[in-house]
Design a binder for this molecule. Structure first.
Ligand code: HEM
Ligand SMILES: *[C@@H]1O[C@H](CO)[C@@H](O)[C@H](O)[C@H]1NC(C)=O
Ligand SMILES: *[C@@H]1O[C@H](CO)[C@@H](O)[C@H](O)[C@H]1NC(C)=O
Ligand SMILES: *[C@@H]1O[C@H](CO)[C@@H](O)[C@H](O)[C@H]1NC(C)=O
Length: 494
């Protein structure tokens, strides 16, 4: 009897697989969904597409299926855009059709469709526009964003100086510095690097980033429909997110209490003013929940990304001391030791500029961008992408394209230099994505990375605690983002 039961189950599973295979082969091809490996029921392509280092597996699949293909992460199909040409064709040439944010289980659960990163339609447009123009106005205001970064850099240098050449892990110091730039714009203040409450927030953010990129984070995004109802390590993520949101709400309350509408001091003040202005509109996007969620978006998107990029960048400079030396030579020649590096120096510093670009290219911090989708059935090349299908524009496939960057897996600033030593611009430089959803903080992030790295190298020489040859530069976690291995360094005053 039991044997018969088992045989029935096996038979049913086989039939289910067969049916889904037949259904699948009928759904993909010319005039239909892009091709891809046949999925299993529920599990999808789990057997081919392991939730570990997705970018690498997608690279392999693109060799088999071409630049546009379909994979099933869990039971949902995802259309993958692989390589410069298709990514540009979708995000830039057909920007309006491909600007919609796709489902991202963690972000959707955290933000509930509010804020900037995970919202859509009119609401997204309004909030994005307002945020960009507010950031720009702060750039022209009393203290420019450049000055805010330079000021924070002084605190950072002091903090590094306190290590007196002894080994330290730069993670928290860098998070604090970068986060303070955002805090200064958004909350109108900065926090001390030893402030316990602030350090706890940095800890929240770093664990959110790590959890998102961990194996469990990936499994969650594939099977969220089931996992959201079960206990497990994926739920810890949302506790961390709630802690950050609570902090943001508290700040908003304090701002409300002290607001002087005639002289807004920061992003929150500007948003509160806008809420007042639009309070007669019944469906205005400027309400309390969007204020908190947008502020939260800026706070987290503006901290982990940039600080991880710099932390990864410093690791690469430890690995390649000759490159570090050449950057320092250029800083000494162009800036000298008596003044702070500024944005205007950048055009005079092609080598440093190339190193900064190469860091962003090499690490491909957000390898698959964030998910996009289409709002109606969309013809793309010879296929049709059904409305609502998740789309991954694979940024790492553009950043590591060997046609544009010979030996793409090698760290080589030459990728961004002409033979005569001038800076070489590349259309393939897309670490911030492209099109209408392009990172809202691109300008800020690029300023921060350049100014902080130049200031650190102006004052310190960085040395590893092990032989550079032994330094591992492969990400330890790779999901939505690439997380560099933990390391220590010594900063020797110059
Ligand atoms: C090195 C640093 C950074 C990198 C590599 C980066 C990368 C990205 C990427 C790949 C996206 C997704 C684009 C897409 O959907 O196609 C994005 C979106 C976004 N980023 Fe950044 N980012 C960085 C820094 C920042 C900073 C400093 C801020 C804060 C001001 C910020 C705020 C945002 C926001 C609000 C979005 C959502 C935009 C939207 O959906 O319309 N990012 N970023
Ligand atoms: C580091 O500290 C020393 C001694 O206190 C001081 O002379 C030097 O200027 C400091 N350097 C930086 C970059 O802050
Ligand atoms: C407000 O409602 C109108 C009509 O329903 C809609 O067209 C418009 O996009 C909405 N505006 C916002 C900001 O949601
Ligand atoms: C350097 O080379 C690039 C391209 O090879 C060229 O466009 C540029 O004009 C050259 N610049 C100088 C100063 O020679």
């Amino acid at each position: 009897m039991e044997l018969l039961g088992a045989a029935t189950v096996v038979l049913l599973v086989c039939i289910a697989c067969l049916l889904s295979f037949v259904a699948w082969t009928g759904r993909s091809g010319k005039g239909k969904m892009p091709p891809g490996p046949a999925p299993l029921p529920i599990l999808g392509n789990m057997l081919q597409v392991k939730p570990k280092n997705l970018a690498k597996i997608l690279q392999k699949l693109s060799e088999e299926y071409g630049p546009v293909f379909t994979v099933h992460l869990g039971s949902d199909p995802v259309v993958v855009l692989h390589g410069h040409d298709v990514v540009k064709e979708a995000l830039v040439d057909r920007a309006d059709e491909f600007a919609t944010r796709g489902r991202m289980p963690m972000g959707d659960r955290a933000n509930n469709g509010l804020g900037i990163v995970f919202s859509n339609s009119e609401e997204w447009l309004q909030l994005r526009r307002f945020t960009l123009s507010t950031l720009r106005n702060f750039g022209m205001g009393k203290r420019s964003i450049e000055e805010r970064i330079q000021e924070e850099t002084q605190y950072l240098l002091e903090e590094i100086n306190k290590t007196k050449g002894t080994p330290f892990d730069p993670t928290f110091t860098l998070s604090c510095a970068i986060s303070n730039v955002i805090c200064s714009i958004v909350f109108g203040k900065r926090y001390g690097y030893r402030d316990r409450k602030f350090l706890a927030l940095m800890n929240n953010m770093n664990s959110i980033f790590e959890m998102m990129n961990s194996y469990w984070g990936q499994v969650h995004s594939m099977f969220s429909k089931i996992l959201d109802y079960l206990p497990g390590p994926h739920n810890k993520l949302f506790t961390e997110i709630d802690a950050l949101k609570a902090f943001v709400s508290e700040e908003v309350k304090m701002h409300q209490a002290s607001l002087d509408p005639s002289s807004p001091q920061d992003f929150i003040d500007c948003f509160l003013n806008k809420m007042q202005e639009e309070k007669e509109h019944p469906n205005s996007s400027f309400h309390m929940k969007n204020l908190i969620t947008s502020t939260f978006d800026l706070f987290i998107a503006g901290t982990v990304t940039t600080s991880t990029t710099i932390r990864y960048g410093l690791l690469l400079l430890l690995k390649y001391p000759k490159i570090q030396e050449k950057v320092q030579e250029e800083i000494d020649r162009v800036v000298g030791q008596s003044r702070r590096p500024c944005v205007a120096d950048r055009t005079q510093m092609p080598y440093t500029d190339a190193v900064v670009h190469e860091i962003q290219r090499f690490i491909s911090l957000i390898p698959l961008a964030l998910p996009h989708t289409v709002t109606k059935d969309t013809h793309f090349r010879e296929y049709v992408i059904p409305k609502g299908t998740t789309i991954f524009p694979v940024l790492s496939s553009v950043l590591h394209d060997s046609k544009e960057f010979p030996n793409p897996n090698e760290f080589n600033p030459g990728h961004f230099l002409n033979e005569n030593g001038t800076f070489r611009k590349s259309e393939f430089f897309m670490p911030f994505s492209a099109g209408k959803r392009i990172c809202l903080g691109e300008g800020l992030a690029r300023m921060e990375i350049f100014l902080l790295m130049a200031a650190i190298l102006q004052k310190f020489t960085l040395k590893p605690v092990v032989d550079p040859q032994e330094l591992n530069i492969t990400p330890t976690l790779s999901g939505t983002g690439n997380v560099p291995p933990a390391y220590q360094l010594c900063a020797l005053p110059r």
